[in-house]
Structures are given as structure tokens and as C-alpha cells.
Write a protein that binds this ligand. Structure first.
Ligand SMILES: NC(=O)c1ccc[n+]([C@@H]2O[C@H](COP(=O)([O-])OP(=O)(O)OC[C@H]3O[C@@H](n4cnc5c(N)ncnc54)[C@H](OP(=O)(O)O)[C@@H]3O)[C@@H](O)[C@H]2O)c1
Length: 237
């Protein structure tokens, strides 16, 4: 059993660094003065030009164990954007590579959406479940995305004794930061009803989680701190 503590973060790896969320994660990590290694597909390296000379880029598929092994060496934390692209276990392969190769005791923070259940206490509306099912079937038929593979990735994470957090986000939007999102342990809490978070704040939550031991082995479902459902709860109390 891995019982290491987060300790001080000096160096982090961002897996999936070239996407929208990944670039926010890189920015936030650099703001904290951490050394950053980014992993992205070879074709996307140019998307990280804005960080030239400030980060080390390891090009390659994020589900390639050898790429991940090199990238996470010496990192105290790993921030992983889990995406279910294609039908070749991209998400679960990425999660497995990070879980297998991260340094002992490293803090591992992964991203996904609310559609990933933590356990049977998550409550979904019938409309939500139906729309996820339709997207899952359609995208798999077109061989574009395999949503079920993101669920497989989550199961690997939940079964791991690493120091993980799986952050489950609401729908996302662009815009200025509103501050740290609020979270609940289970989907279905009325606090989450507004179902909207700024992508920049999703990144903030993931970066903060690296040094928040109360989030180890949690799968927080997050929503923007200025979302109407959050403000309504505040007014009640
Ligand atoms: N979009 C939403 O509304 C939403 C809602 C809730 C949760 N989330 C979660 O938020 C995270 C980020 O999602 P996002 O939608 O905001 O996207 P994003 O940050 O733009 O990231 C998309 C990622 O997918 C990669 N990618 C794109 N096409 C690919 C392909 N064919 N093969 C392999 N990788 C490919 C991109 O890499 P390149 O740069 O190489 O293209 C990039 O790393 C995910 O974990 C997602 O589950 C998203």
C-alpha cells in the first residue's frame, strides 16, 4: 500500500497538455513556480509554443507506457486529462500508464465528467442517463469516441491504492475565473443543479487538489462557485 504524503510539490507532469484544459493546467502550475513537463500528441506540440522554454514537452500518445514513464520521472504530481477518443482504450490506457509509472507517493489528479459514477449514491436524472447513452452508442458506432472506456479508466483509478483524485466536472464554459469551484461527493446534490463550471476553474480545482490531502481517494463532482444553484444554497444558509 502506497502511503506517501503529498509533501511539497516541485515538479508536475500534465498529461494531455495541448488541449484547452491541459493548457490551463500548465499555466496554473507555472504560476505556482513548479517545474512542468507536458505530454501531448506529436501533431499538437505546436499548441504549446506559448510556453516555449518554460516547460519540457514529451511528444507521444498519452496511452503509451514508455512515453508516460519518461514524462512522469521525478514528478511529485501528475495532472491527467482523461479523454475517450477513438476505440483503442485511449482513456483506460492513459490511466493505466500513469498509475503504473508515476513515482511512489506522487499525487495523481485525473479529469472526467459527471457521467462517471463513483458509486450507487450518485443520482442521475432519466434525461441525463438517456442522453449519455445516446452519445455513447452514436459515437462508438462512428468509432470516434468510446465513453465506456472513460468508465473503465475510472474503475482502474478507484481500484488503485495510489494517492489519486478523480475530478468530475459539470458542463464547461470559457470565461474569466470565478474562483475555486465547489464540490459534492455525489452527483444529484441540488448544489450541482446549474451544471456549469468555467474551464479555467476546473484547472484551478485540479491544481489545488495536488496539495489537498482531504481529496485523496475522492471523486469530487464540481460546479462553478458563482453558479445559481450554489448562490441559492448560500442564500438559504
Ligand atoms: N467538454 C465538456 O463540456 C466537458 C464536460 C465535463 C467534463 N469534461 C472533461 O474535461 C476534460 C477536458 O475535456 P475538454 O472537452 O475540455 O477538451 P480539451 O481540454 O480541449 O482536451 C481535449 C484533449 O483530447 C485530445 N484529443 C483530441 N482528439 C484526439 C484524438 N483523436 N486522439 C487522441 N487525443 C485527442 C486533445 O489532444 P490534442 O491537443 O493533441 O488534439 C486534448 O488533449 C476531459 O477529461 C473531459 O472528460 C469535459
Amino acid at each position: 500500500m502506497d502511503t506517501g504524503r503529498s509533501g511539497r510539490i516541485r515538479k508536475v507532469c500534465v498529461v494531455g497538455a495541448s488541449g484547452k484544459l491541459g493548457r490551463y493546467l500548465v499555466s496554473r502550475a507555472l504560476d505556482r513556480g513548479w517545474e512542468v513537463v507536458g505530454v501531448c500528441r506529436e501533431r499538437s506540440v505546436g499548441k504549446l509554443d506559448g510556453f516555449a522554454d518554460r516547460i519540457t514537452v514529451v511528444p507521444g500518445d498519452t496511452n503509451d507506457p514508455e512515453v508516460i514513464r519518461r514524462a512522469v520521472a521525478g514528478c511529485d504530481g501528475v495532472l491527467t486529462v482523461l479523454v475517450p477518443w477513438g476505440v483503442r482504450q485511449y482513456s483506460s490506457g492513459t490511466a493505466r500508464a500513469v498509475l503504473d509509472h508515476a513515482e511512489p507517493g506522487a499525487r495523481l489528479v485525473f479529469s472526467c465528467g459527471w457521467h462517471v459514477p463513483r458509486d450507487d449514491k450518485d443520482r442521475y436524472t432519466r434525461t441525463f442517463t438517456a442522453s449519455v447513452r445516446i452519445v455513447t452508442l452514436l459515437s462508438r458506432a462512428l468509432r470516434v469516441v468510446d465513453v465506456d472506456d472513460q468508465l473503465a479508466a475510472a474503475r482502474l483509478i478507484f481500484a488503485s491504492d495510489r494517492r489519486w483524485t478523480l475530478v468530475r466536472a459539470s458542463d464547461l464554459e470559457e470565461g474569466e475565473s470565478q474562483g475555486l469551484p465547489v464540490w459534492t461527493r455525489h452527483v444529484g446534490d441540488p448544489l450541482l443543479k446549474s451544471n456549469l463550471t468555467r474551464r479555467v476553474d476546473f484547472a484551478l480545482f485540479m491544481v489545488e487538489a495536488l496539495t489537498d490531502d482531504t481529496l485523496v481517494h475522492e471523486a469530487p463532482a464540481i460546479v462553478g462557485r458563482l453558479a445559481p444553484s450554489v448562490l441559492a444554497r448560500r442564500d438559504e444558509s
